[in-house]
Design a protein around this ligand. Structure first.
Ligand SMILES: [Zn+2]
Ligand SMILES: [Zn+2]
Length: 743
């Protein structure tokens, strides 16, 4: 390597450009592309990432870097290339991308290794010396004896605990030159103390074996392999295919990343991977949002140093610094949690596909309900397709029964939460000692508090939504900003004692079911009931061993859980997602119904699913009922094509917001005018319109939706237009490429 005289860096601040610095002779040996450095910036210093080394720089008044941070380069060339692509594609400054690419503990290098004191005898000690010590300092002698008896160095803390002696005694021994103390780095292992039982591979059925072969062939091909979409019904054994594919990658001496939605990164999942690769304790690293800074530091280094060769993690694990990457698996690829909702607003599945292209490795996308985009890519030949139509062990798909709530309402006059049919089914399961899951994607007790006299609803003062009543907490709360308020006795608007609770959430479902079935053990699983640490793990464990008869919950229980004794799933209201102002509403409903239904009948007995809905004939409900993905895909695709939505066009959503409604509106309108000038007729540009969620956290919001085929060009034109436009200080603009949140 040539010693660089100059470097180009991206500093950790939003200045939207790269800067050159010179490298003092003494530091030149240790600096390279991907290194972290401290540089003078204005009259302070700043941390920065080296993006290029230069032999010369034509920038005037160039200043030298101050220091190198950390041990070596933290970013590989392929990851830097990925960062540049993300910056261009997601219309986002590269320094913001760097923030996602490198965990804070690595960027700032503030947390280091955990150091512990180890000790061993300093030299050989003869009997006479021992005798002398025993007379003068018996406790020191006792400790020394314990140390001498050990053959290997031991942690000081551990020895002191075992011998019940104190630190002072140890220090005195060290001072006499009889023991040697040494500081050593030890790893903070989030799974320390847990035992992982080694498992061996399971027998694959014909469909699984064919899918595995497709992946193995891709791994063997030296050229750029195409992404592979594994479309397998719920319970078709996709995870076993992943495990064997990873083994194939390891056998080639290479490494693999597995992305799973954060919510699916359960102890059960981690155990499955750690168990399969238990032959090497360090082989599997786990990255998720609950790691402490120290644990994250250690896991990151375990990966970066090459000791861990499998990384399993949520969204940001797509940036895991593995070398010699062979395989990236994106499980549940349709999941919207892969999309980051703050800048950089990237989608981990799409980033995985691009990283795979850069590193020439295989990417596998798996789902029971693939996104329209991925399935379209598979049908047009851009991706390969592997299909699993059978559940493992020839288990049956669950029976889907649609309950038309319009008829129920006509017959029963009042709207009850659970239809008669569903209640009967629950009673039947209780009798047979089988388990039930009830799903409702809305938490709280009542979803609004209305005045029956004047019609006023209690809205959040910061957001344009009604406050939800939580009975357990006895408060009203806003699910968007967290604002809470006391429950008024009388209507604050008209003073009448006429308040009524309307709508219902999981809390009310739980209490209703408990009332109707007083002997049943009912538990609720949602963001409100799972605040205590370990509550999630504990509830799942109790459900698994049969200590819970009925589990009520939000999407927290919709995904990936596997309980053989669950034979009934009730979807309380299938319409919740369907009526959102979002072109993906139908797709989400289909996915949700299929995924939730997939929780039923994972054991010996066939499962049964009740779907309660006011729109029984909507395509999402009907196709989900028939387990007909292809039929659903076809009709949804036609709709998307007709309306110029993805996958036929890319979309960019710009949100302009301000605490001042007028300024937000004016800025949005000005931006639309400028965009109109900048964009050619190949792009579709919408008007500035109030967002469906017009007020959020005290900010008024306006949307501009753009669509086009050439996304890189569109992204660049948007960036250039924004850079030229001075916005008032209290107006914020957010650009979301391939948006998933249109509210
Ligand atoms: Zn009133
Ligand atoms: Zn609010």
């Amino acid at each position: 390597m040539m010693k660089p005289s100059y470097i180009r860096v991206v500093i950790d601040r939003a200045i939207h450009r790269q800067l050159d610095y010179s490298v003092p002779e003494t530091l030149a040996e240790r600096v390279d592309v991907g290194s972290r450095v401290r540089v003078p910036f204005r009259d302070k210093s700043a941390l920065a990432t080296v993006v290029a080394t230069l032999e010369q720089s034509n920038v005037g008044g160039i200043r030298p870097i101050e220091a190198i941070v950390g041990e070596g380069p933290v970013l590989s060339e392929p990851l830097l290339e990925l960062a540049k692509w993300m910056s261009a594609y997601y219309c986002c400054p590269i320094e913001t991308v760097m923030r996602s690419l490198l965990p804070q503990v690595i960027r700032k290098a503030e947390i280091g290794w955990k150091k512990q004191l180890f000790l061993q005898p300093a030299r050989k000690i003869d009997n006479e010396e021992f005798e002398n010590l025993r007379k003068r300092a018996p406790r020191q002698a006792e400790l020394l004896e314990a140390i001498v008896r050990l053959n290997s160095p031991i942690r000081a803390a551990e020895l002191l605990r075992k011998t019940s002696l104190d630190n002072q005694t140890l220090r005195a021994l060290a001072k006499r030159g009889l023991v040697e103390l040494r500081e050593e780095a030890v790893e903070r292992d989030p799974h320390a103390g847990e035992q992982f039982v080694a498992t061996s591979k399971l027998e694959l059925n014909a469909e699984q074996a064919a899918a595995l072969k497709q992946i193995a062939d891709a791994l063997a091909s030296p050229e750029n392999p195409r992404p592979i979409l594994v479309h397998g019904v719920t319970g078709s054994g996709k995870t076993e295919i992943y495990l064997q594919a990873i083994r194939a990658a390891l056998d080639r001496g290479r490494s693999a990343i597995v992305l799973v939605p954060e919510i699916s990164l359960t102890p059960q999942t981690v155990e499955r991977f750690k168990g399969r690769f238990a032959e090497a304790r360090d082989a599997v690293a786990v990255l998720h949002s609950h790691l402490s800074g120290g644990e994250r530091h250690d896991e990151w280094h375990k990966i970066h140093s090459g000791r861990a060769r499998i990384v399993i993690g949520a969204r940001s694990a797509v940036f895991a610094p593995l070398k010699n990457l062979a395989l990236i698996i994106v499980d549940e690829e349709h999941e919207t949690t892969y999309k980051q909702e703050e800048a950089p607003r990237y989608h981990a599945r799409d980033v995985a596909v691009v990283r795979a292209k850069i590193e020439k490795c295989t990417v596998v996308l798996g789902s029971a309900t693939p996104s329209l985009e991925s399935y379209h890519n598979a049908t047009t030949g851009k991706y390969e397709l592997a299909t699993l139509t059978q559940r493992v062990d020839e288990r049956q798909m669950p029976l889907m029964r649609i309950v038309d709530l319009r008829q129920v309402r006509r017959k029963e006059k009042t709207m009850s939460i659970l239809s008669e049919k569903l209640l009967q089914a629950i009673a039947d399961r209780l009798e047979k000692r089988e388990q039930t899951i009830l799903f409702l994607n809305r938490r709280g007790f009542s979803t609004s508090l209305l005045c029956s006299n004047c019609g006023e609803a209690r809205d959040c003062p910061n957001c344009s939504v009604a406050l939800t009543f939580h009975r357990h907490a006895a408060r009203l709360s806003c699910h968007l900003c967290g604002h809470t308020a006391a429950v008024p006795k009388k209507c604050p608007a008209c003073g009448q004692d006429a308040l009524i609770y309307a709508g219902f959430g999981t809390e009310k479902v739980e209490s209703t079911v408990a009332q109707i079935f007083p002997k049943a053990i009912v538990r609720r699983m949602d963001a409100d009931s799972m605040t205590r640490k370990d509550a999630y793990r504990e509830t799942l464990r109790n459900f698994r061993v049969g200590k819970i008869d009925i589990l009520v919950g939000t999407q927290m229980i919709a995904k990936g859980l596997h309980f053989p004794n669950v034979t009934l799933v009730g979807i309380i209201n299938a319409d919740l997602a369907l009526h959102l102002p979002d072109f993906r509403a139908g797709e989400r409903t289909f996915q949700l119904l299929t995924q939730v239904a997939g929780r039923a009948g994972r054991g010996e007995r066939t499962g049964e699913v009740f779907v309660q809905t006011y729109t029984p004939f909507s395509p999402s409900v009907q196709f989900a009922r028939q387990h007909d993905f292809a039929g659903y895909f076809q009709q949804e695709l036609e709709f998307r094509e007709r309306c110029d939505f993805p996958p036929f066009k890319h979309a960019i959503l710009i949100t302009v917001r301000s605490a001042h409604e007028g300024r937000a509106k004016l800025s949005a309108e000005t931006l639309v005018r400028r965009l109109k000038e900048a964009l050619g007729s190949e792009f579709i540009l919408g008007d500035a319109t109030p967002a469906p969620l017009q007020k959020l956290q005290g900010q008024f919001r306006f949307h501009i939706l753009l669509r086009g085929g050439a996304i890189m060009r569109l992204s660049r034109l948007v960036r250039e237009t924004l850079d030229k436009l001075p916005f008032p200080e209290d107006v914020a603009v957010a650009v979301d490429v391939d948006p998933y949140q249109l509210l």
